[in-house]
Every structure is written in C-alpha cells, then in structure tokens.
Design a protein. Sequence first.
Length: 123
Amino acid sequence: MTIAAAVDITAPDQDALIAAAATFAHQRGERCFIISVVRSIEQAGQTSRDAVQRNLALITARDAAPIVQEGDDVARTLRKIAEEFGVETLFVQNGKRRFGRTIAEQLVRLKPPFEIVVVNRSS
C-alpha cells in the first residue's frame, strides 16, 4: 500500500496535511509521496520560493518523497500521478472551491481507484 498527499507546494499552510499523510504511512510501514500539481515548475519556484523551500523541508523531514508535476487540470493530474505510483490512499486538504467544486470533490467525480481522505485546514 502506498500513501500520498496532494499539496499546494507554493502555499504556507500545508503542515497538517503533510503530517497527516506521513504519520499514516509511517504507522503502516508504507512509503509516502507528497504530490503537487503546478502550472509551471519554474514559475512556482520563482513566485513562492520561501513556501516551496519550507514545504520541501517539511516533506523530507517526514521521510516522504516529493513529486511536483506540471498540469492545468489539478484533479485529473493528481489522479494520473497517484495511479502511476500505486497510491491506495490519497490525503487532500479541505480547500477552496475551483470552478464550483473543491479539488476533493473533483477527484471523487473522477471515480479514482484509491481512497480519498479529506483533512481540515489548520488555523
């Protein structure tokens, strides 16, 4: 079984989500991937450098493997990457609506072959 979390690598509030997925994976002796979908890897690194560096440090400190993938459709790209890496449980943050639905809602509508766990945003 492989565990993953879908994070916004450019956002400063990803701590709880990274911790939830990594702890779950560690308790089960499984690998943990932290997946982030960005429109442009280069642009993400330039515009949010501090947040990206902080999140990468949090990911590696939790013994998880970061995956950063370019894509315009976040939900579809997440599903594709999660399937490619054999993810059976994907943690997502209860987040903002995008085009009327949250990323979690969009993922559910895609009927992925893995479990989705929604984590509340930390305050």
